[in-house]
Design a protein around this ligand. Structure first.
Ligand code: PMP
Length: 396
């Protein structure tokens, strides 16, 4: 049987991780997979998470199933974090296995409602988006988002494209900290998007995987909050992997804002049906940690401080990178790195240059030029910048 399997396509980010692991050089530099690292190169467990785990260990008396839709108090707490208000009656949520699981459950919900619609994703986008929607049987198409020559977002092109997308189609946005380009939409662009989407009957779908990693918890949610206020329907996939540092616990939440409470309830029931054959019931530990933190004012305050420290360290890295490039090149051509948001930015390097950096210097960058700024220790900024500028200087 198994001989019938075709050779699978390579996932560039996972493949890069494997190559990093088998590299024996002690000074290798992994700027591939998106995890936050401290100065020691370690991805820490947040103090608030440790404290919540301690409490759970003492208080928990059972490991029985959590129910088809998981911990609904967790979903309410997440909704409040995202929207900045209590849960509206027309909103429903389901606990999911990470942001990926939330995306997949929402994709399944879309396919159950309207199998014929397309999901429009930004160009570029996280490499897994197309795969997730295809897995749910949905078509995807791209809309213009980021101009790699001008190194900036193009809301004008995005809005012009929205005017041409058929009514009823779904449009996916990164709520903040765009992966891979790190360039977010200005608030006015969200306002214009809401207007065009409403006028044309398009369904917004926000992937919010980095709330708090860009400019702050409220600032990073400004776009999604605006859509929630203006749009009759809205899908939100939320990940707790980065902002709670819960990568391995697979903690996320799928939220749906519907036109009314009855439709929201229906959406919740269908999401549970999507999840049922995939994993039946969600895991408990990660969402219990998040709920414990968010429902406790003191723990929540400590989590917010830790999160803002992580964000500050990413911003410091961005500033240091831009300054080092200014020194090395005598130009402001890399200042966009300082203005970026979240973990990622793109470098305009060719596949050959990326390979040379990897082979000669042990520097690992994703094949599209994405670097994880949050994975770069401050003391490596200068030698990283010199390696990149050396590679660029070799261009003929
Ligand atoms: N959306 C985006 C844009 C992401 O970058 C990621 C993680 N890399 C996810 C969703 C999924 O996150 P999780 O690890 O929680 O599944």
């Amino acid at each position: 049987m198994l001989e019938a399997l075709p050779t699978p396509p390579v996932d560039p980010i996972l493949a890069l991780g494997g190559a990093v692991r088998s590299d024996r050089r002690s000074d290798k530099l992994d700027l591939g997979i998106g995890v936050f690292r401290d100065e020691a190169g370690h991805t820490p467990i947040m103090q608030a998470v440790r404290e919540a785990e301690r409490r759970l260990l003492d208080d928990r008396t059972t490991k029985t199933y959590v129910g088809a839709r998981g911990d609904l108090r967790f979903a309410d707490a997440v909704a409040q974090l995202i929207l900045g208000t209590g849960r509206p009656e027309r909103l429903t949520g389901i606990q999911a296995t990470g942001g990926t699981g939330a995306l997949r459950v929402l994709a399944g919900l879309v396919a159950r409602a309207r199998r014929d619609v397309a999901v429009w994703v930004p160009e570029p986008t996280w490499l897994n988006h197309q795969t997730i929607f295809a897995d749910a049987g949905l078509k995807t198409a791209g809309y213009p988002y980021y101009d790699r020559t001008e190194l900036r977002v193009r809301p004008d092109l995005l809005l012009a494209k929205l005017e041409t997308i058929p009514a009823g189609d779904v449009v996916l946005f990164h709520g903040c900290c765009h992966n891979p380009c790190g360039a977010d939409l200005p608030f006015e662009a969200w306002e214009a998007i809401a207007e065009v989407m409403g006028k044309r009957g398009l369904i917004p779908f926000v992937d919010l995987a980095y709330q708090g990693f860009g400019r702050g918890l409220d600032e990073d949610a400004a776009g999604v909050r605006l859509l929630a206020a203006k749009m009759p329907e809205l899908l939100i996939a939320f990940s707790c992997s980065k902002n709670f540092g819960l990568y391995s616990e697979r903690t996320g939440c799928a939220l749906v804002l519907a036109e009314n409470e009855a439709r929201a309830r229906l959406a919740g029931e269908h999401m549970a049906l999507v999840a049922r054959p995939l994993y039946s019931m969600p895991p408990d530990h990660g969402s219990a940690i998040v709920r414990t933190i968010l429902e406790d004012a003191e723990l929540a305050a400590s989590w917010r401080i830790e999160l803002s420290e992580m964000t500050q360290s990413i911003l410091d890295n961005r500033r240091a990178l831009a300054a080092a490039f200014r020194n090395a090149t005598g130009t402001t051509g890399f200042d966009y790195l300082e203005n970026g948001s979240g973990m990622f930015s793109l470098l305009n390097l060719s596949p050959g240059e990326i390979l040379t950096l990897r082979e000669e210097r042990g520097i690992y960058i994703v094949e599209d030029g994405r670097i994880n700024v949050a994975g770069l220790p401050t003391q490596r900024v200068t030698d990283f910048v010199h390696a990149v500028t050396d590679a660029l200087a070799r261009r003929t």
